[in-house]
Design a protein around this ligand. Structure first.
Ligand SMILES: [Zn+2]
Length: 366
């Protein structure tokens, strides 16, 4: 593989049938099918902004339009073809599956196992076999999840494991211990969601859930979105890595854009660390902890900080290129995402995060 060939470690090909029915904000659900239409969504956004003076609704409508345009009514192969078309020939992609059946947002039209089978077919297809690296999602509440993970890794040639704590579990959950031990022993890479944004658990937050299982801290009563950040906090990985110090772990989104901005705005370097700092500390402390810059790096205000970290050196070989296709479509077009970043970082730095580091993370020799 040429050192200039891109490996995008964070993409998705699941479609709207893999997403629970209550995923969209309530006010958009009745018009979900029409939102894919550009003219309709533009008119709706105009009404929200100009007539109702609800600028935030207008931007939500525009975001969901670009999102649904890709994710609706298509097979995973259709979505994959759209992704491949955005990048130079030779680019490879980690495809992260999602299991959203246990997040309290209603039923999922297409069962998780079907999502996996569809992706496994693509991995067997000679046209895509060498292009895609599928990751199997691990939710501790899914029955027989250890067997499912082993099957897809060993029989269907999936490459890694995906975790998404804010949908309702801690990454150090004991029910995942056997999977973590298996991953550590066999050097299977794990990508885990690590930003304040994204989807979150929609069910009832019980009193039992409000007790942090490690610190014993009584967590305050808040809305679900805020509460679920306790699951996502990078500090949780200290607990996981104490048990499994050699895990190959990618903290996806590198703490998230809001935390990067908080860091940039920090006046006094005391008080609680931002998630950017917590993630970077783990990357220094543990040999196989990485972070991808997917989604987060759609915001060019963050580029100088990324470049500085690549120049400083101590985590130069721990940062991974990913885009979060097609979630990031809500903010920026895929091609623009990677071209802007590549132009800013230049050829001294971009191949490090887009080729050299992903190869080590994924354990690709050639
Ligand atoms: Zn993602």
């Amino acid at each position: 593989m040429e050192p200039t060939n891109i490996i995008n470690v964070h993409t998705h090909t699941f479609n709207r049938r893999n997403v629970p029915v209550k995923f969209l904000p309530a006010f958009l659900r009745p018009v979900a099918d029409w939102l894919e239409n550009r003219i309709f969504s533009n008119i709706l956004a105009w009404i929200a902004e100009k007539l109702l003076r609800q600028k935030q609704y207008a931007s939500l409508i525009k975001k969901y339009h670009s999102f649904l345009k890709i994710g609706d009514g298509k097979t995973q192969e259709d979505v994959l073809k759209e992704l491949i078309a955005q990048y130079p020939i030779g680019t490879k992609f980690c495809i992260l599956t999602m299991d959203m059946e246990y997040m309290g947002a209603g039923p999922v039209p297409q069962p998780f196992e079907e999502q996996l089978r569809e992706l496994a077919m693509l991995k067997r297809d000679p046209r895509y076999r060498k292009i895609i690296y599928p990751f199997i999602f691990a939710h501790p509440e899914r029955p027989n999840i250890l067997e499912i993970v082993k099957h897809y890794i060993e029989v269907e040639n999936f490459t890694g494991i995906k975790l998404y704590p804010p949908i309702g579990y801690y990454p150090f959950d004991e029910r995942l211990d056997k999977i973590m031990a298996y991953a550590e022993k066999n050097r299977i890479p794990i990508t885990t969601h690590c930003s304040r944004g994204g989807v979150f658990y929609r069910g009832k937050i019980t009193d039992a859930m409000r007790l942090h299982p490690i610190t014993g801290e009584r967590l305050p009563k808040t809305d679900n979105k805020t509460f679920c950040q306790h699951f996502t906090d990078p500090a949780n990985y200290e607990c996981l890595l104490k048990k499994f110090p050699n895990l190959v772990l990618n903290l996806a989104h590198f703490g998230g854009g809001s935390e990067w901005l908080k860091y940039l705005d920090k006046k006094i370097f005391s008080g609680e660390d931002t998630w950017l700092e917590k993630a970077a500390d783990l990357m220094v402390e543990y040999p196989n902890v990485y972070a991808d810059i997917s989604y987060t790096m759609y915001d060019p205000r963050l580029f100088p900080q990324l470049k500085a970290m690549l120049q400083l050196g101590h985590i130069r070989y721990k940062i991974l290129f990913g885009s979060d296709f097609y979630m990031v479509e809500r903010e920026i077009a895929e091609r623009e995402f990677f071209l802007k970043l590549r132009a800013f970082l230049g050829e001294d730095h971009y191949p490090i995060i887009a080729n050299i580091n992903p190869r080590v993370f994924l354990g690709i020799v050639k």
